[in-house]
Design a binder for this molecule. Structure first.
Ligand SMILES: Cc1cc2nc3c(=O)[nH]c(=O)nc-3n(C[C@H](O)[C@H](O)[C@H](O)COP(=O)(O)OP(=O)(O)OC[C@H]3O[C@@H](n4cnc5c(N)ncnc54)[C@H](O)[C@@H]3O)c2cc1C
Ligand SMILES: *[C@@H]1O[C@H](CO)[C@@H](O)[C@H](O)[C@H]1NC(C)=O
Ligand SMILES: *[C@@H]1O[C@H](CO)[C@@H](O)[C@H](O)[C@H]1NC(C)=O
Ligand SMILES: *[C@@H]1O[C@H](CO)[C@@H](O)[C@H](O)[C@H]1NC(C)=O
Ligand SMILES: *[C@@H]1O[C@H](CO)[C@@H](O)[C@H](O)[C@H]1NC(C)=O
Length: 604
């Protein structure tokens, strides 16, 4: 950990980029250094294999916006790391409060009444183009998915490797937990990712915040005296009833105890800095396609991935705020003797596959991309957690500022397990737009939630052109299926959040709601209508999904291998057949650890 603070960025770039990768051959090429690509690239190098890690962005690990976790909202707005995607939630997003437009002066406008001449861009969907991927600007919230989410993958693929009991060791291997007893067999202590519990001492000190959190505890069936104990519970304990456990939890993050962000970006950096592993990181390299040996030797043989083509230069992807359309970079190639591993994230991995000729045939033909594999699932099945919130203002300022707390709920729409993960505190978070979030001042209090098992999974992503610098067209198709059930679950979450502030102590209450409703007698119908229009999301997955052999929408097999070719895998959030639990970053890192294990096992 100390190492990271001693090294300058300059040192890293010299160490990593001693020689350019152009025309060179490595055993493995990994594309993208986020939670999917970063861990497997570092792990394979640590296992002695030569690895080229190509990353479109650069190294911002020493930027304090990124390295100090408390700056996460600033980080998500920092043009040195951010990629701006614009998406549709549905076929008709009219009335979405945070619609984004480009003003004639080049700046953004967010809202319902754009100035004259403004061009509608869509709903801002934050991503990064930087070493470490979105784990460099995310909220760093750590929650493992329900065991059922892993077991589901084992079920559809008949691959027991995915059973939750077999996934736990991959989690423990990478974890360096700072807060549970070192004898605790649920956890790991010697891995590369710091996980720690944020401050909970306020649960014994701050009267205002304690009153509200205590209410949340009692509403979920606990004694009003239990708050401090609840706040110190282990959110990822390997216990049989974990996915049924409700109530208040403290805030676990992928960060050190002192609040320094930990992430795949630092892992890659440290692996290179140790100087003894064959890992080459080449930043400013936007991969445009996979190269194949198309000669088929024998009846069943498949095209083999042998390398990649990339555009080398700064800010070449049009989602980058510093993008300059006149710059294309230089087109270069690098080769892989063993495998190419794509990990560009849920938006970019399917784009790279399609640009390489792997995708829905009709989509590829539209842009004259020669079809290598007609794979109808590429860019389809786009899934995401729905998110919503209830915000209100206290009758007076809060006396002090405290950390957030989490609450697990099980609604009437649960499919067996708890289905809502909520977090509450003195903040404002109502979705994403350039410059988010709002700040309603020292009276604000919000409960925000993630719906863990959204039932509609009809979203898609399509190419707009064959230019690798273009962003795809993205439509989440929210609420296409079983909308009533998901809306009912979220309505219950909102009502729970309202109850927390309902009879706040004299002086702090009564609270006045800012949204979903501003009227005191808000009906369920009004609340639900608000949710249907205003829910948001930022956990995209499943656009190159793993699935069974008989599923034509399954882009990957259970070992991440792209169906129809050899030597090519996709290892990132796009591989999940469904969005995993409430927070995907740890599941994606665990998935990357599993992929490492699968790749190395096949060599034996
Ligand atoms: C603002 C925000 C907050 C979040 N908060 C949380 C949270 O608190 N907890 C949680 O669990 N999850 C959170 N998430 C989600 C989580 O961070 C993502 O699910 C996770 O990062 C996905 O990892 P990935 O490897 O699939 O993709 P990414 O993290 O997107 O990484 C992809 C990488 O590939 C690179 N890349 C893309 N295309 C190319 C190309 N063509 N050539 C070369 N490189 C390329 C990108 O630069 C990037 O580094 C948050 C996400 C955002 C955006
Ligand atoms: C890589 O190969 C291409 C095509 O043969 C060639 O034009 C280019 O100069 C080579 N680059 C390097 C650095 O060798
Ligand atoms: C942090 O981000 C802000 C924008 O959100 C930017 O103005 C500032 O320069 C960044 N800080 C650093 C150290 O890069
Ligand atoms: C939203 O959908 C429309 C067509 O329905 C499309 O023209 C537009 O490009 C989409 N926007 C985004 C940001 O994908
Ligand atoms: C909580 O507060 C009580 C009463 O002031 C005190 O006795 C106790 O030590 C405190 N506990 C912690 C963990 O600070």
């Amino acid at each position: 950990m100390l190492l990271r603070h001693l090294l300058s960025s300059a040192f890293l770039l010299v160490a990593a980029g001693v020689e350019a990768a152009e025309n060179k051959t490595y055993e493995y090429i990994v594309v993208g250094s986020g939670p999917g690509g970063g861990p497997i690239a570092a792990n394979l190098a640590r296992a002695g294999h030569s690895v080229l890690l190509l990353e479109a962005g650069d190294d911002q690990t020493q930027n304090v916006n990124v390295s100090v976790l408390a700056n996460f909202n600033i980080a998500a707005n920092d043009e040195k790391t951010r990629w701006d995607f614009f998406v549709n939630h549905t076929d008709n997003d009219l009335g979405y409060n945070h619609m984004v437009y480009r003003k004639p002066d080049g700046g953004f406008y967010t809202g319902l009444t754009p100035p004259a001449g403004a061009k509608q861009l869509g709903i801002w969907y934050p991503r990064t183009g930087t070493l470490g991927g979105c784990a460099m600007h995310n909220g760093a919230v750590v929650t493992l998915p329900a065991d059922a989410d892993w077991d589901y993958i084992a079920g559809i693929t008949k691959d027991d490797g995915w059973l939750s009991k077999n996934m736990r060791p991959h989690f423990k291997r990478m974890e360096r937990n700072a807060d549970v007893a070192v004898t605790d067999t649920s956890h790991g202590f010697n891995g590369w990712l710091d996980i720690s519990l944020g401050d909970t001492t306020w649960a014994n000190s701050s009267a205002d915040a304690v009153a509200l959190a205590t209410k949340a505890a009692t509403l979920t069936g606990f004694s009003p005296l239990a708050l401090e104990k609840l706040m110190n519970r282990d959110i990822d304990a390997d216990v049989p009833d974990r996915d049924q456990t409700l109530g208040v939890f403290g805030s676990w993050s992928h960060a050190t105890k002192s609040g320094q962000r930990s992430s795949p970006g630092y892992y890659v950096r440290e692996t290179i800095a140790e100087g003894k592993y064959p890992l080459t990181l080449q930043p400013y390299s936007l991969v445009s396609k996979v190269l194949f040996d198309k000669k088929r030797h024998g009846k069943d043989s498949k095209p083999k991935a042998i390398g990649v083509e990339y555009h080398r230069g700064e800010y070449l992807y049009s989602a980058d705020p510093r993008y300059d359309p006149s710059k294309k970079g230089t087109v270069e190639r690098a080769y892989a003797s063993k495998e190419v591993i794509i990990a560009g994230g849920a938006f970019n991995s399917p784009q790279i596959l399609m640009l390489s000729g792997i995708g829905p045939k009709e989509e590829l033909k539209k842009f004259k991309i020669p079809v290598l594999v007609d794979s109808p699932g590429v860019g389809q099945n786009l899934d995401d957690n729905y998110e919503g919130s209830v915000a209100s203002l206290a009758a007076r300022d809060f006396k002090d500022f405290t950390n957030i707390y989490f609450v697990f709920l099980k609604t009437s729409q649960s499919m067996g397990n708890r289905d809502i993960q909520m977090w509450c505190g003195q903040f404002s978070f109502e979705g994403f737009w350039p410059g988010f979030p709002d700040d309603f001042g020292p009276k604000q209090y919000e409960c925000t939630f993630v719906h863990m098992n959204p039932r509609s999974q009809k979203g898609y992503l399509k190419l707009r052109s064959a230019d690798p610098r273009d962003t795809p067209e993205i439509n989440f198709k929210f609420f296409e299926k079983n909308a009533d059930k998901d809306l009912q679950a979220m309505l219950e979450a909102i009502k729970f959040g309202r109850k927390i502030v309902e009879d706040a102590p004299e002086g702090l209450g009564p609270f006045k709601e800012i949204h979903p409703c501003t009227s005191a007698d808000c009906s369920d119908e009004e609340t639900t209508a608000f949710l249907k229009k205003q829910v948001y999301s930022h956990h995209a997955t499943s656009t190159c999904a793993i699935g069974g052999d008989d599923d034509k929408m399954a882009v990957l097999d259970s070992k991440f291998r792209v169906r129809g070719v050899t030597g090519l895998r996709v290892v990132d959030a796009s591989a999940f057949p469904r969005v995993p639990g409430a927070f995907p970053v740890i599941p994606t890192i665990v998935l990357s650890e599993k992929a490492t294990y699968d790749v190395l096992s096949e060599l034996k």
